[in-house]
Ligand binder design. Structure first.
Ligand code: NDP
Ligand code: GDP
Length: 325
């Protein structure tokens, strides 16, 4: 019999990559989608799997819909990827961010506890929970949390709620603490995709500037396709546990700009990049740099795509997409 997986956040960036991996591993895949007048399946289309997923309608903020979905699907594995995932928007929309990212997870865990208690549960936790905490410049599973945005606070609630359901009810609940990961289908507001889309437009003569905020912050950027493998591996373990997933390399936004403009043959990018205070954050995370030794040792996971290759992959995809238009 095929294993049944439920993915929330199926229309986002990670949902389609994970669905593709699970389909390859012979799972039956269900994806939770919200009701829209015009739903957008473009990320699933990009990976060529739109027709291979079963869609089920619901919303993370509507507990009854989640109960219904769990009762109907009876999943073996649940991957909770749904979120208001943009840190920048979380100050302006703190309430909705909390309702989706924190309370939504509580509703989902309750539904699983009551109607599919042996299902394995993956929570999409984030390096944002560390804030500026580090030891010798690195974050590990032992680094104290100090969230610095409503997004990070909502995610920390969900992280602990997953652990609490494990400890209280013996459920298989695991957290992947993923550092930033990107791809050609990354949301357009995130800095990497904003840059690759902007550089592609400049190269094609469709734009002449990119407006950005803080260029000095550093992130540990990996490839989404590599990171969904870790999600799956985390649920294949005998015992639920929490794992950092990162590349172990960190780069500034300036490094990203260097690599991106260099790839299209533009040496001096400074004239194309305008600093715009609208894109600065009320509280910044200066540097994320994850130590994923535990995942490498216990899950036998490691990232395959390096920084330069990731940047090239994203720009080439944006140039191809914009050229078609
Ligand atoms: P995206 O923002 O691309 O996707 C999030 C998905 O959540 C969207 O499909 C969205 O649906 C869905 N969603 C939002 N609100 C609701 C709701 N109320 N009910 C149901 N679905 C909802 O995120 P990513 O794919 O990049 O990330 C996946 C998860 O991993 C997120 O939880 C994110 O916070 C977390 N994460 C991501 C990292 C990264 O670098 N990408 C790093 C660490 C953690 P719709 O399409 O309808 O808007
Ligand atoms: P985050 O790490 O989840 O917040 O991912 P983002 O891609 O949104 O932001 C990464 C870093 O880029 C943060 O330190 C931002 O302050 C910085 N940054 C600088 N300019 C911009 C911008 O124009 N948009 C976004 N999204 N981030 C920017």
């Amino acid at each position: 019999m095929k294993k049944v997986a439920l993915i929330t956040g199926i229309l986002g960036q990670d949902g389609p990559y994970l669905a593709k991996l699970l389909l390859k591993n012979n799972y039956e895949v269900y994806g939770l989608i919200r009701r829209y007048t015009n739903p957008n399946f473009s990320n699933l289309d990009y990976l060529g799997i739109t027709d291979k997923v079963n869609y089920i309608s619901g919303d993370m903020t509507d507990e009854a819909s989640l109960i219904n979905i769990i009762k109907t699907v009876r999943p073996d594995e649940v991957y909770n990827l749904a979120a208001q995932s943009f840190v920048g928007a979380s100050w302006d929309q703190a309430k909705v961010t909390s309702e989706i990212n924190a309370h939504g997870v509580l509703y989902l865990l309750n539904a699983i506890k009551n109607f599919a208690p042996s299902a394995k549960f993956y929570q999409a936790s984030t390096s944002e929970m560390f804030g500026n905490s580090h030891k010798n410049g690195l974050q590990t599973e032992e680094t104290p949390f100090h969230p610095r945005s409503p997004y990070a606070i909502s995610k920390l609630y969900a992280y602990w709620m997953a652990i609490n359901f494990k400890e209280s009810y013996g459920m298989f609940c695991a957290n992947g603490i993923l550092f930033n990961h990107e791809s050609p289908i990354r949301g357009i507001e995130f800095v990497t995709r904003k840059i690759t889309d902007g550089v592609a437009r400049i190269k094609l003569g469709l734009a002449n500037e990119i407006r950005l905020g803080n260029l000095d912050s550093k992130r540990d950027w990996g490839f989404a396709g590599d990171y969904v493998e870790a999600m799956w591996l985390i649920l294949q373990q005998k015992e639920p546990d929490n794992y950092i997933i990162s590349t172990g390399e960190t780069h500034s936004i300036r490094d990203f700009l260097d690599a991106a403009f260099n790839h299209v043959g533009i040496k001096n990018w400074k004239k194309y990049v305008k600093l715009d205070p609208r894109f600065k954050r009320p509280a910044e995370l200066f540097a994320l740099h994850g130590k994923s030794d535990k995942a490498r040792r216990k899950l036998n996971w490691k990232p395959k795509i390096k920084f330069e290759k990731l940047v090239k992959m994203m720009i080439d995809a944006d140039i191809k997409r914009l050229s078609k238009k």
